[in-house]
Design a protein around this ligand. Structure first.
Ligand code: UDP
Length: 241
């Protein structure tokens, strides 16, 4: 497998083509942004942690029958993934209230929700990723009814797995964001794509409530790099610097 030209550069990742049109390389950067790109910085070795953690969680999900784009780790900051057309909807799952649920709806931070809450945001930097309903998604053709049904069902199953995985390492999975895509090689079959990392999850220490995720950067709490390393350590990931 040969690494070819850069296809796309996002805020935290770069995608490279390979000699196989249906496979791409995801490269994870240390760059961090928040508030729709207004706040910029870097978190040392974040790219390595996010790559390893995403590889581990995607592998684990595949083993329990939850298909995703992951193919294999390539070491360091890179992983090989199947090429997808990303569904332009971010799926946010909440188990406890935090972030925009506190800001927008005034819920007390850390309140356990009676059941997992699934929300959709339209992926648009220009519009600031607005909250949308199932009706918007179907009406504007961002996903078909059956695709969305599959996305929601898969999301609940992913949540069950992730809650258990993090509980085992004394981490409360507060909320997180998922992205799904249509496989270019497989008639548009919907799979989980993108990443699962402290950039896209809120992870709190079960005992102390300490934030072990990107909120350390967003809220200028300090110790962001150390928090990412701590999550990696608890997951038993060997982060080479
Ligand atoms: N999230 C993300 N990317 C986004 C928006 C949210 O990864 O563009 C994640 C975020 O890290 C958190 C969850 O989704 O774990 C819920 O985020 P929320 O809606 O509370 O927004 P925020 O408070 O981060 O603005």
């Amino acid at each position: 497998m040969e690494k070819r030209e850069k296809l796309y550069e996002g805020k935290a990742k770069v995608l490279f083509a390979t000699d196989d049109p249906d496979l791409v390389i995801q490269y994870f950067k240390d760059d961090a942004t928040a508030f729709n790109g207004e706040k910029k910085g870097t978190i040392a070795d974040k790219g390595v942690v996010n790559n390893l953690m995403s590889c581990r969680l995607m592998q684990l999900l595949q083993r329990v029958g939850l298909p995703n784009h992951f193919v294999k780790p390539l070491g360091g900051r890179e992983q090989l993934v199947r090429r997808v057309e990303i569904v332009p909807v971010e799926v946010v799952v909440r188990n406890y209230s935090a972030g925009s649920l506190v800001r927008r709806l005034g819920r007390p931070e850390g309140e356990q929700l009676a059941r997992p809450l699934v929300e959709f945001y339209y992926k648009s930097d220009a519009l600031g990723d607005p909250l949308v309903t199932v009706d918007h998604i179907e009406l504007f053709g961002w996903a078909e009814d059956d695709e969305l049904e599959q996305i929601v069902e898969t999301t609940h199953r992913i949540n069950d797995v992730l809650l258990t995985v993090f509980a085992q390492i004394d981490i409360q999975l507060v909320d997180y964001k998922l992205e799904f895509g249509r496989l270019t090689a497989d008639r548009g079959v919907i799979v989980l794509a993108d990443e699962i990392s402290p950039d896209t999850c809120r992870l709190w220490d079960i005992h102390t409530g300490q934030k072990l995720d990107k909120d350390r950067f967003r809220l200028d709490l300090g110790g962001a790099a150390e928090a990412y390393q701590e999550v990696a350590r608890r997951m038993g990931l060997a982060v080479e610097r």
